[in-house]
Design a protein around this ligand. Sequence first.
Ligand SMILES: C[S@@+](CC[C@H](N)C(=O)[O-])C[C@H]1O[C@@H](n2cnc3c(N)ncnc32)[C@H](O)[C@@H]1O
Length: 255
Amino acid sequence: MPSWDPAQYAKFGDHRLRPALDLIGRIPDIDPRRIADLGCGAGEITEMLAARWPGAEVVGLDSSPDMLKKSRALNGRAEYVESDVASWTALPPVDLLFSNACLQWLPDHARLFPRLVGQVAGGGVLAVQMPHNHDQPSHRIIQRLSDEAPFKGPLAGKLRHDPVDAPGIYWRMLKPITAKLDIWEVDYLQALAGDDPVLNWTMGTALRPVLDALDETLRSQFVEKYREGLRAAYPREADGSTLFPFRRLFILAAR
Ligand SMILES: C[S@@+](CC[C@H](N)C(=O)[O-])C[C@H]1O[C@@H](n2cnc3c(N)ncnc32)[C@H](O)[C@@H]1O
């Protein structure tokens, strides 16, 4: 697991929030008694779930103490618990199992997703959003640089394989074990402002394992080469913004 920097992650709050709101908007009109938000991060979205279902007991789970510090500081209605989603079990099962932009950090989705469906009570819903963007230059440049000297040695075994699969794979996996299934993808055309905005974006997410693994000298060399590659792949538009297309996968599964 990479380290998390809540301030860096929050820099593109609006772009990161939108898919979560799109997902919440598609959740059917259920009346959940228990809600769990897996990988709740800084808690803003967890509190939105708590506001939408004021009668429900809401728990946000995250493995990062820094993120949990932020979520608890909201002084909202949800309870926040340090926990690893890989081994977490809902006791008893929850009526809404929600996860925004977290499950792409967990391996082996062929085991994970059926296990998560098993944590949802009858009549309940699993609602998931994950980035599905690892074939884009923002990720491919990291991969290419990590195969080159002098980074290859220190990064050996430190970068993970992204487990997010094609939508049809999830459909075939979940159809036999759910009552109703809706899977879709959205390409968000994100127009980002400022200098090196794609670098700033990935510093809060995909680049974190690299930043964690390299010493200060190699880290700044890596970031400079990455910055160069990103500037070529994502040139500025006439108005100064940078277009950063971003595909996200949504899964809504009712038991
Ligand atoms: C990209 S952030 C998303 C946070 C929040 N859901 C949101 O949409 O703003 C991913 C979060 O997942 C958490 N996370 C990643 N792997 C996890 C795991 N195995 N168990 C629990 N939390 C995890 C990270 O600590 C981080 O807070």
